[in-house]
Design a protein around this ligand. Structure first.
Ligand SMILES: *Cc1c(COP(=O)(O)O)cnc(C)c1O
Length: 427
């Protein structure tokens, strides 16, 4: 594996950007070494600056569900770009994407497009606060909801990877409005809600906790969250930025049969361009400006290129049989990885929710942040490196999910399983 070009680029980038990257999870800090600089991607593969190719299970951290540079997405974008790249005015494209999302997420009666998942969660929380007239929110330990102030309290993703779940720079006066609880612990939730409900605007939750790997809700947990929030007039926000169109086409809410008050989306609905969205009950969304007094805005929101990529992507994965086949392929990957670990005698726990998954190097069941932290990150680092050297790309952290796309083939999975077996053996 040649890495000279990536190394040289990283040296240059490190002088220009903090850690040499524009988002911390991209650095290889947790696993050692320097990140690969990517020059192009196609289907299930990405190619680095040195010409190495990898089967990609990062998929830009989730969005590329139809694979990289899908011909239909590329063609739609080429056509769209000729018509101008931004107008700052309404378009029919926004209506089309809104209709597609609302059809798949009936809990969303009205929606607003934004430019990132971070914006979506910030705005949804503002809406919940404005609607209830209350200030506090509950989030769960290891839950990542973007990098907004007040959400970087016991946060997952890079914050967990680098051991800074509580970021400096967030005023204490702000963080005190965030109550954090262990995931999958209905008793703790009940106790806090019964005591503090008069101050609680919202419960924000990743219905599958994907920013500490892939932690599934225990049977009944989401039902309890729904029941208690409804009873005490607290807005239930499902942060489906990752799980949306990933756990199922209708997200975690369709899969588990729970109807939140507000939903945050991002990643897949932008098809690889910068998009987020939040939406839900009419009575809450109607309070957003200019229909109501809660202010929220964006120069590039509903950008025509981003809408085009989102529409094309959802068109691809909503075509007959496509999503069912994707789920079959994800199941195939699961059994191949489980089998590889078993044959290699590796002690791991594997979890999957639809098209997202995680292999934890632990013998404990992973049900929350504390149990996720029992994973052996040194072993994970060796596994990661083993895979990379064998042409398979996963996230450079134990606390991230993997993703599969419609472009991944059975041959890709066979190759991945072989690489995984050898990597398990070598740790
Ligand atoms: C990725 C993610 C976000 C943040 O989205 P950005 O587009 O990176 O700002 C928020 N919530 C969840 C659950 C995510 O996975």
């Amino acid at each position: 594996m040649k890495t000279a070009k990536s190394k040289a680029l990283f040296k240059k980038a490190s002088a220009l950007m903090p850690g040499g990257v524009n988002s911390p999870v991209r650095a290889f800090r947790a696993v050692g070494g320097n990140p690969l600089f990517i020059s192009r991607a196609k289907g299930s593969r990405i190619f680095d600056a040195d010409g190495n190719s990898y089967i990609d299970y990062v998929l830009s951290w989730g969005p590329m569900i139809a694979g990289h540079a899908h011909p239909k997405v590329v063609a739609a974008l080429k056509k769209a770009v000729e018509n101008g790249t931004s107008y700052g005015a309404p378009t029919a494209l926004e209506i089309r994407l809104a209709e597609m999302v609302i059809k798949a997420y009936p809990s969303i009666e009205k929606i607003r497009m934004v430019n990132s998942g971070t914006e979506a969660t910030m705005s949804a929380i503002r809406a919940a606060r404005g609607f209830t007239g209350r200030d506090k929110i509950i989030k769960f330990e290891g839950g990542y909801h973007g990098h907004g102030d007040g959400l970087l309290v016991k946060a997952g993703s890079g914050a967990a990877t680098f051991g800074v779940p509580d970021s400096p720079g967030v005023p204490k006066s702000y963080a005190k409005n965030t109550v954090t609880l262990p995931y999958n612990d209905p008793k703790a939730l009940k106790a806090i809600i019964e005591k503090q409900w008069k101050d609680l605007a919202a419960v924000v939750i990743e219905p599958v906790a994907g920013n500490i790997g892939c932690v599934l809700p225990r049977p009944g947990f989401l039902e309890t969250v729904r029941r208690l929030t409804k009873k005490y007039g607290i807005v239930l926000i499902f942060d489906e930025v990752m799980t949306g169109f990933r756990v199922s086409y209708g997200g975690a809410q369709a899969h588990f049969g729970i109807k939140p008050d507000l939903t945050c989306l991002g990643k897949v609905i932008g098809g690889g361009l910068p998009v987020g969205a939040f939406g839900g009950k009419k009575e809450i969304m109607s309070m957003i400006s200019p229909e109501g007094p809660i202010y929220q805005a964006g120069t590039l929101s509903g950008n025509p290129l981003a809408m085009t990529a989102g529409i094309a992507t959802l068109d691809i994965i909503s075509a007959p049989k496509v999503y069912a086949k994707l789920l079959d392929r994800a199941a195939e990957l699961e059994s191949a990885l489980r089998d590889a670990a078993l044959r290699a005698g590796a002690t791991v726990k594997f979890y999957r929710a639809g098209t997202m998954f995680c292999t934890y190097f632990t013998d404990k069941e992973v049900v929350d942040y504390a149990s996720a932290k029992t994973a052996d990150t040194v072993k994970f680092g060796r596994f990661f490196r083993g895979l990379l050297e064998r042409g398979v790309n996963i996230a450079p952290s134990q606390f991230e999910a993997g993703f599969i796309s419609t472009a991944h083939t059975s041959a890709d999975i066979t190759k991945t399983a072989r690489a995984a077996f050898e990597s398990f053996r070598s740790i």
